[in-house]
Design a protein around this ligand. Structure first.
Ligand SMILES: Cc1cc2nc3c(=O)[nH]c(=O)nc-3n(C[C@H](O)[C@H](O)[C@H](O)COP(=O)(O)O)c2cc1C
Length: 179
């Protein structure tokens, strides 16, 4: 019997990480097998216990997690049909664009052979910075699918571009790979 393929949701460290819980919950409710990979910074914004309860398995934070003898960057990629990084911080965007592989999430990204969808989230000055826009252009050229960011109220108490798209919009963008 062939094993059901998983969706990996990568969560990086921004305020919008709380919206990822809704995204993960909706994926699980739709019958998908979901594994959550959290950056260390993201655990400041949302607790691993939330994703543990939503998915039924402990999210992976440690690149040397002993549950994965070959390394989670290998094992989580091998049976993955879709990777979603939401929120995608300026830092993870940079690491993926440069192929840095200096943490679990960016190393896992390099191992992925499936489609990758990023939902950027950051302040508008960060989003508009040429360095960030260069990285976004690079990721698009690399075949990564971008959702958002949207315009609106930002946690830095400004209105501008940088809000992470709502979970429903991210799911809609992922639809071609969720069948
Ligand atoms: C309160 C707070 C909110 C933050 N929100 C964001 C954000 O929305 N987007 C972003 O790119 N960085 C944000 N940062 C900065 C990141 O947390 C920081 O760059 C961190 O190193 C990102 O690490 P990661 O990409 O490994 O998760 C925020 C920092 C703080 C303290």
């Amino acid at each position: 019997m062939t094993q059901k393929k998983r969706i990996v949701v990568g969560v990086s460290g921004g305020i919008a990480a709380y919206k990822s819980a809704m995204l993960v919950s909706q994926l699980v409710q739709s019958g998908h097998l979901v594994s959550v990979v959290m950056t260390t910074a993201s655990t400041q914004f949302i607790g691993p216990a939330t994703f543990c309860a939503l998915t039924g398995s402990q999210p992976v934070v440690d690149p040397f997690d002993p549950r994965y003898p070959l390394g989670p960057h290998i094992e989580l990629a091998s049976d993955c049909k879709l990777m979603i990084i939401a929120p995608a911080t300026a830092r993870i965007i940079s690491a993926c664009a440069l192929g840095l592989a200096n943490d679990l999430l960016s190393t896992l990204y390099l191992n992925m052979e499936c489609p990758v969808v990023l939902a950027p989230a950051m302040s508008s000055p960060m989003w508009e910075k040429p360095a960030v826009q260069r990285n976004i252009s690079q990721l698009k050229a690399d075949g990564v699918h971008l959702v958002g960011p949207d315009s609106g109220w930002l946690s830095c108490r400004r209105i501008g571009v940088g809000r992470m798209s709502q979970p429903e919009a991210i799911l809609q963008a992922c639809k071609p790979w969720l069948e």
